[in-house]
Design a protein around this ligand. Structure first.
Ligand SMILES: Cc1cc2nc3c(=O)[nH]c(=O)nc-3n(C[C@H](O)[C@H](O)[C@H](O)COP(=O)(O)OP(=O)(O)OC[C@H]3O[C@@H](n4cnc5c(N)ncnc54)[C@H](O)[C@@H]3O)c2cc1C
Length: 412
């Protein structure tokens, strides 16, 4: 409860993760007074995104965040190599050719990325408060009050704009009364940071289709990589509990990835957690004086690793609107419309990938065969649809979006 000082700020950003910290830095550079209220005192490994797609890197460059991530040690992946059980190595995916001028996807441990971006925001003049609790938002016409506790003291901010960048369970979103649409998961994603992968080639990242799972490996340098396993409903609890980490690593032993055994012999460098491959979205991630960005505005199924790129575009769009003076729901409407279409397209890519690679299916080999045939022949409808996950959802051909891809794959 607020019993202390009330300060004024141009923009109050709740949540200092990738989305909130990038926006804070960009707005501070644009001359606005920015205060970031971040719940954690230290960013934990919550098993989140650590590979940013090329289209997200382009947005990060626009925002000034790419240089910050590179300075923090981000690893550039110029190429991803796909492998499939029964087919071996497939033609590589050139990440350095997805967006002109962008050298590849960008890999960095999530807590390190958030810390670097938040440090940059502070260096650019934003006020950053850590260990903030009990956010309470009160809106009154063009002005809002954000009450919060920090160091056991009640404080408050008076502002004309509150940005909710507080992740999937956004407090700001709930307090403003914005609800999200939800699509249930048909697959689940488990992740683990793995060290001591010194025998595993780090020049390319790997995406691997095995008969009952889809696995991904994103290198971070110095023998470290973020590994993910995507599985159907039947295996969603396979990596839970005290034995979960061991079971996660063991699943790499019989992988189509030639260095699977080296991954299995790696050293866990963080927690192993599993998340549902669900999607959320809203047509209106805003209200008068309030804007939601990043996961707070809705998240994409992590199977296609888009959340960081979504966060970068959200932050870049928000920067442009807010520096241009936008504060009302009406002024934020173009962001809502673009984001709605963006999330719809990314949802389609994730649905296709989950149907081919991860959801429980008796006809998995037939689904794989259908998919590999389409990709191998550079099918003019399906190939660009999937490449849009790397090059950006706006590159997806409009006519492909309308085709019943998931039904076709399930019926293979
Ligand atoms: C298993 C998994 C794998 C993924 N893999 C990828 C990938 O490979 N590539 C990719 O691009 N994306 C991936 N993602 C998605 C990506 O991690 C997220 O979309 C991205 O981190 C969202 O950033 P954000 O800043 O919106 O939210 P978060 O990273 O969740 O940050 C929100 C911040 O708000 C703070 N906060 C929360 N509540 C409050 C409060 N009440 N008051 C103050 N602060 C608060 C939190 O402490 C946190 O720092 C993955 C996600 C999962 C679950």
């Amino acid at each position: 409860m607020n019993s202390g000082m009330t300060a004024n700020t141009d923009v109050a950003i709740v949540g200092g993760g990738s989305a909130g910290a990038s926006l804070a830095s960009a707005l501070a550079r644009g001359g606005l007074g920015v205060t970031v209220l971040e719940a954690t005192t230290e960013f934990p490994d919550r098993v989140r995104g650590e590979s940013m797609q090329a289209w997200g890197v382009a947005e990060a460059r626009e925002l000034g965040a790419e240089a910050v991530l590179l300075a923090a040690g981000a690893h550039v992946a110029q190429q991803w190599n796909p492998y499939a059980a029964g087919h071996g190595e497939l033609p590589p995916l050139p990440m350095d050719m997805m967006v002109p001028g962008i050298p590849g996807s960008l890999n960095l441990r999530h807590p390190d990325a958030c810390q670097a971006l938040l440090d940059d925001a502070a260096a650019r003049g934003a006020t950053v408060l850590r260990g903030v609790a009990h956010i309470e938002l009160t809106r009154d016409g063009a002005s809002s009050t954000v009450a919060y506790d920090v160091d056991g003291q009640g404080q408050a901010l008076q502002t004309s704009l509150v940005v909710g960048a507080d992740g999937r369970n956004s407090t700001v979103r709930k307090q403003v009364g914005i609800t999200l649409e939800h699509q249930e998961a048909t697959s689940h994603i488990a992740g683990l940071l793995v060290d001591d992968l010194n025998g595993v080639p780090a020049e390319f990242d790997a995406v691997v289709s095995d008969s009952d799972r889809f696995t991904l490996l994103f290198h971070q340098g110095n023998g470290r990589a973020r590994a993910y396993l995507c599985v159907g409903d039947s295996a969603q609890k396979a990596f839970a509990g005290p034995e979960g980490t061991r079971r996660f690593l063991e699943r790499w032993n019989d992988s189509a990835y030639p260095w699977g055994k080296d991954v299995a012999a790696g050293t866990p460098a963080g927690p192993c957690s599993t998340y549902p491959g669900d999607d959320t979205w809203t047509a209106q991630p805003f209200a008068d004086g309030v804007l939601l960005i990043g996961d707070a505005a809705g998240h994409n199924d992590p199977i296609i690793g888009q959340g960081l790129s979504i966060a970068m575009r959200d932050a870049r769009t928000a920067r442009d609107l807010v520096l241009g003076g936008a504060r009302t729901a009406e002024a934020f409407a173009p962001y809502g419309a673009e984001r709605m279409q963006r999330m719809e397209r990314l949802r389609l890519i994730a649905d296709v990938l989950a149907a081919v690679q991860a959801e429980d299916a008796d006809n998995r080999p037939a689904r794989h065969a259908y998919f590999l045939e389409k990709m191998g022949s550079l099918d003019p409808e399906l190939f660009p649809l999937l490449i849009a996950g790397f090059a950006g959802p706006e590159t997806m051909p409009e006519e492909s979006v309308k085709l019943p891809w998931v039904e076709r794959i399930r019926a293979a």
